[in-house]
Design a protein around this ligand. Structure first.
Ligand code: FES
Ligand code: FES
Length: 187
């Protein structure tokens, strides 16, 4: 098991305080299951999961956008469900399976979604695409043949400033059906 500690960022002071308590045996280390591996993390219970993933564990494929559960850039899976890691205290992820974009290709479905994204060439700047892909994979795991309405509902919380929505929908359909659907408009 890997032991990881926070060394910088806005939580540094809190981290030192937490570490002092932990050293005194009063705060246990947090054990997380991330992409199929256990990681022992030295972090305060209320640190957002996104901070833990990026700053402590070093998985920076998950992005910070708004920090207020409004844009979806930070989406990861918790027991297969899409969650906004920027507002989820790390304590809420203990005992659950966390999947990030780095671990998505461990499943056949995850690979298929990523291949579709590449095939359709969805990304423009790419910043939002981790969150988009994670939301799309969670949708397809729940609904293997989603309707347009299903896609709109599942993806409505993931914003893209580059406007790649048409290609995102096409990629989701390709991942679902294996058929390449050429977008009608190119964003
Ligand atoms: S960064 Fe989490 S929803 Fe925007
Ligand atoms: S691809 Fe640029 S924000 Fe979505």
């Amino acid at each position: 098991m890997t032991v990881l500690r926070c060394g910088h960022g806005p939580w540094r002071f809190l981290q030192r305080v937490a570490s002092a308590y932990w050293s005194a045996g009063e705060i246990p280390m947090i054990v997380l299951s991330i992409n199929g591996q256990d990681a022992q993390v030295d972090a305060p219970d209320d640190m957002p999961l996104l901070w833990v993933l990026r700053d402590i564990v070093g998985l920076n494929g998950t992005k910070f956008g708004c920090g207020m559960a409004q844009c979806g850039a930070c989406t990861v899976h918790l027991d297969g469900q899409p969650v906004r890691s920027c507002v989820l205290p790390v304590a809420g992820a203990v005992g659950k399976k966390i999947t990030t974009i780095e671990g998505l290709s461990a499943t056949e479905l995850g690979k298929r979604v990523q291949q579709a994204w590449l095939g359709i060439e969805v990304a423009q700047c790419g910043y939002c695409q981790t969150g988009q892909i994670m939301s799309a994979a969670a949708l397809l795991a729940q609904k293997p043949s989603p309707t347009d309405e299903d896609i709109d509902a599942a993806m409505s919380g993931n914003l893209c400033r580059c406007g790649t929505y048409v290609r995102i929908r096409a990629a989701i359909k390709q991942a679902a059906t294996g058929q390449i659907t050429v977008p009608q408009t190119v964003a």
